[in-house]
Design a protein around this ligand. Structure first.
Ligand code: MN
Length: 214
């Protein structure tokens, strides 16, 4: 943390939780308002706070984008590396998650992403089946991911906890949170129902942008 000319601590470099790009209740009935409030305001905020607390020990790292830190974990000092993986990962993954959902979401991708899905999975239905199965069979907390690999091909897999594809060289295109906090208030133990409903809120325009820039 730097100190400005008036001797006050500069807060501007801290990583902040971005406001949702829609209202808390906007994803109803698929994702309920209370879940969105707790997930965004409490869980995401906690990841941001702990990530910032870790970086306080190495303030020079505030200068670097979170995606860059996660993509170069070897360059992160060992004493804070695990905190960057867990809390920096949690901060980063949730930033992506809010953006990949929309009250006007659902349907199917278009354009280049649609072509790539067809090329690499055979059809949108095959992709949907694989992504859903991956989300449902992931044991414990984590995320299911659609990513673009360094070879340009799309892949689906899950990662535990807040581990993120950028740390293994892949670029996130689509993701779904399968931590219980993402669905327990509305769906209790019924992860399958939550994942099924998630398809109704996917922002394919954003996924398409993620694919293009990846
Ligand atoms: Mn979460």
């Amino acid at each position: 943390m730097g100190v400005n000319t008036k001797g006050r601590k500069m807060e501007s470099k801290k990583h902040e939780v971005p406001a949702l790009p829609y209202e808390y209740e906007a994803l109803e009935p698929y994702i309920d308002e209370e879940t969105m409030r707790v997930h965004h305001d409490k869980h995401h905020q906690a990841y941001a706070d702990k990530f910032n607390a870790a970086l306080e020990q190495r303030p020079e790292l505030f200068e670097r984008p979170v995606s860059e830190l996660l993509a170069n974990l070897d360059a992160v000092p060992e004493d804070i590396r695990k905190m960057v993986i867990n809390h920096g990962g949690g901060y980063y993954n949730h930033n992506l998650f809010w953006e990949i959902m929309s009250p006007t979401g659902g349907g199917e991708p278009t354009g280049e992403l649609a072509e790539a899905i067809k090329r690499d999975f055979g059809s949108f239905e095959e992709f949907k089946k694989k992504f859903t199965e991956t989300a449902l069979t992931h044991f414990g907390s984590g995320w299911a991911w659609l990513v673009k690999g360094t070879d340009g091909k799309l892949k689906v897999y899950s990662l535990p906890n807040q581990d993120t594809p950028v740390s293994i060289g892949d670029k996130p295109v689509l993701l779904v949170d399968v931590w219980e906090h993402a669905y327990y208030l509305k769906y209790q133990n019924r992860r399958a129902e939550f994942v099924e409903q998630f398809w109704n809120v996917i922002n394919w325009d954003q996924a398409g942008k993620n694919y293009q820039k990846a």
